[in-house]
Design a protein around this ligand. Structure first.
Ligand SMILES: [Zn+2]
Length: 233
């Protein structure tokens, strides 16, 4: 004949197994990349795309500026050469140089703007890259810690399973049945502790007769409120 303390031992092992299973499930859920890392990667990619865009723009504008400078030099040389003497034609050549210079000035303003943008996006890209790398390093660290924890928990589970086999075998068939029934009906907790006359599962004050009965390990007393088998703390 098994005692209430034998049933209590089974429940302790059962709860320990349950806690480990819960933790293993939680760890399993942490294997994928976090939303935080995804967001950080998107932010970095977007900033880097802007940086590439402004670098290209700046290069294109600098080429345009060089071409315009070359055209201006050639046009001015042509003006100075004395090749053309017709006033109307000379006026046209002056106007052309003026127009080229205005275009160059506009392009130079754009080059300046592109340089500023490149600098800003470079800083933004660098900081977002650092954020992403920090998050990835933290995540990797967590994966390593989790892997070690999983190994330890699996060893612990094996030990608990051996305990459970031994503890379960001690129980009489009636007590095994009682435990199974209560466990299924009482949210995984078949037994409750009685401490200072109170049921520790539901919190009610137990009648004196029941409290006295709980002190006898061989007697099955149940909480009149939550229905769990009572065990003396
Ligand atoms: Zn109770």
């Amino acid at each position: 004949m098994s005692n209430v303390s034998d049933l209590w031992a089974v429940q302790q092992t059962d709860l320990a197994v349950e806690a480990i299973r819960r933790r293993l499930k939680e760890i399993e859920g942490q294997r994928g990349e976090t939303a935080e890392i995804k967001t950080a990667r998107e932010a970095y990619t977007a900033a880097n795309a802007e940086l590439v865009h402004w670098r290209t723009t700046r290069r294109d504008l600098e080429i345009q500026a060089r071409e315009l400078s070359g055209k201006i030099d050639a046009a001015e040389k042509d003006l100075m050469s004395g090749r053309v003497r017709n006033p109307k034609e000379l006026e046209g050549m002056h106007a052309n140089v003026g127009s080229l210079k205005r275009r160059l000035s506009a392009v130079e303003d754009q080059v300046l703007e592109a340089m500023l943008q490149t600098e800003q996006w470079q800083a933004d890209t660098d900081s977002r890259k650092a954020d992403l790398e920090g998050l990835e390093a933290d995540w990797q660290e967590m994966q390593t810690a989790n892997a070690a924890e999983v190994n330890a928990k699996l060893v612990e589970l094996k030990r608990l399973a051996a305990n459970m086999n031994r503890q379960w075998a001690i129980l009489s068939p009636d007590d095994q049945q009682l435990y199974r029934d209560l466990r299924a009906r009482k949210a995984g907790r078949a037994l409750a502790e009685e401490r200072n006359g109170t049921c520790q599962a539901c919190g009610i004050s137990l009648p004196t007769g029941i409290v006295q009965a709980v002190h006898n390990d061989e007697v099955r007393s149940f909480c009149p409120s939550c229905g769990r088998l009572l065990h003396e703390a």
